[in-house]
Design a protein. Structure first.
Length: 428
């Protein structure tokens, strides 16, 4: 529209020499750009901020809160920062692949230190912009070097997966994951769908604490998925955003990617320190490729760098220094593990409290799924209409898929939340 309006004011007849006269334009050349929908997760936080109800509760975003529902800066992060400030380091650019100490720390966390793949130089790692940016670098790599491959996402999954792969022009499809009847894993459906995926497809797997369902495969099921990936020549891409948050133990939560590597599979992994180190806004993470061949790893790293250079040039320094300081320092590392257990433990406690409150208020319904699920979230099974009631009537903000972040709940609010859930389930 705007372009047409501009074309109409061009004078008729032969062009005169010299620059065209500058004309004032009414409105914007972008007047026809459509309004994008609000982000389903971050949009909830915006709505929460705007709400004036004193009882309001934000269970939308997956960010840890303490018992007073305040954001937390971990004690190890403050200690690491003091050390970093004392060194008075400069703010020069990092290399494209990022801080070496951070890259080492990140791969150690993923595979366990001294892993043969590290010693044999078969791991390519680029520090990137937290989990999201790392997934995006991975998506760009798939778009360029696995042309025509389809990416399989669990149904449901973290909403941004679709955007990340879709915006890179990568075709994606769902595989079955959630069984609404059992409020558990639809393992049979998952296996059927992955068996039907063409060889060379990519399967995105949540390393632990599946978002949004909180339902992970068992160890035996992970082993079957790994075997299936091998048989069908599927490329596993692990999204590890909650290492330490599922069980409170970094090693236990890395079980699945480690098992796949042990079974000889090549894997891609996106790692994030947003949740486990509470570095949300610092954007700290990495894209890792564990391969079977050193030369391939070297070449893949060069290509990851080529992609990152064009996307954001090089990653930020501060958060990477913090993560490296914490993971590479024995004392801080132990202290971090304790703090992580504290966070995971608080979530587990409110999980139990919520289940017991619901069992008391609505005993005829089975609420046991709440403590069967793990990680930050509970997938409540509330329908979009029931979620609207939660928000509009009770000022409880959550995503419309029925997910609640238990990291945003404290003991004082358990009864209030349970009453709102019972009202929504009974009356809507
Ligand atoms: C499954 C999953 N992957 C990736 C991310 C990315 O988070 P970030 O970019 O903050 O690391 C999140 C955040 O909520 C997530 O839940």
């Amino acid at each position: 529209m705007q372009l047409q309006a501009r074309m109409q004011v061009r004078p008729a007849g032969p062009r005169r020499a010299g620059p065209a006269p500058v004309r004032a334009m009414a409105g914007s050349r972008f007047a026809d750009v459509a309004q994008a929908p609000p982000d389903p997760i971050l949009g909830v936080s915006e709505a929460f901020k705007a709400c004036t109800d004193p009882n309001k509760l934000n269970l939308g975003v997956g960010a840890y809160r303490d018992e007073q529902l305040k954001p937390v800066v971990l004690s190890v992060v403050k200690k690491a920062e003091s050390k970093i400030f004392a060194r008075n380091e400069n703010k020069e650019y990092l290399t494209i692949e990022g801080l070496d100490g951070f890259r080492k720390a990140t791969v150690d966390l993923l595979l366990g230190g001294d892993h043969p793949a590290i010693k044999e130089g078969r791991v390519a790692v680029v520090q990137s912009l937290s989990g999201t940016g790392s997934l995006r670098v991975g998506a760009a790599f798939i778009a360029r070097f696995m042309k025509g491959s389809t990416v399989y996402l669990s149904n449901p999954t973290w909403g941004n997966h679709r955007n990340i792969f879709g915006d890179e022009g990568v075709e994606w499809k769902y595989y079955r994951y959630f069984d609404a009847d059992t409020v558990g894993l639809d393992f049979k459906g998952m296996v059927e769908d992955l068996k039907a995926a063409p060889p060379g497809s990519v399967v995105v797997l949540h390393g632990c604490a599946h978002n949004p369902t909180g339902i992970d495969p068992t160890k035996e099921q992970w082993a079957s998925i790994a075997d299936l990936c091998k048989e069908r020549d599927l490329m596993p891409f692990f999204d590890v955003a909650y290492q330490g948050f599922a069980t409170g133990d970094l090693d236990k939560d890395a079980f699945a990617p480690r098992l796949f590597v042990e079974k000889g599979l090549e894997i891609m992994v996106s790692q994030s320190y947003s949740k486990n180190l509470g570095l949300y806004g610092e954007r700290v993470g990495a894209l890792v490729m564990v391969l079977n061949d050193k030369e391939a790893a070297t070449r893949c790293l060069s290509q990851l760098k080529r992609l990152a250079r064009a996307l954001y040039s090089n990653p930020p320094t501060h958060g990477a220094r913090i993560a490296a300081e914490v993971v590479n320092d024995k004392e801080l590392f132990e202290e971090w593990k304790g703090e992580m257990r504290g966070m995971a433990g608080r979530i587990e406690r409110v999980r139990g409290e919520l289940q017991r409150a619901l069992e008391k208020k609505y005993p005829s319904k089975d609420w046991s799924f709440i403590t069967k699920q793990i990680g930050m979230f509970s997938f409540t099974g509330l329908t979009p209409v029931q979620v609207d009631n939660m928000t509009n009537k009770h000022a409880i903000f959550m995503t419309r898929d029925g997910r609640i972040s238990l990291a945003g709940l404290n003991s004082a609010k358990v009864e209030y939340l349970a009453d709102a859930i019972v009202d929504s389930v009974r009356n809507h």
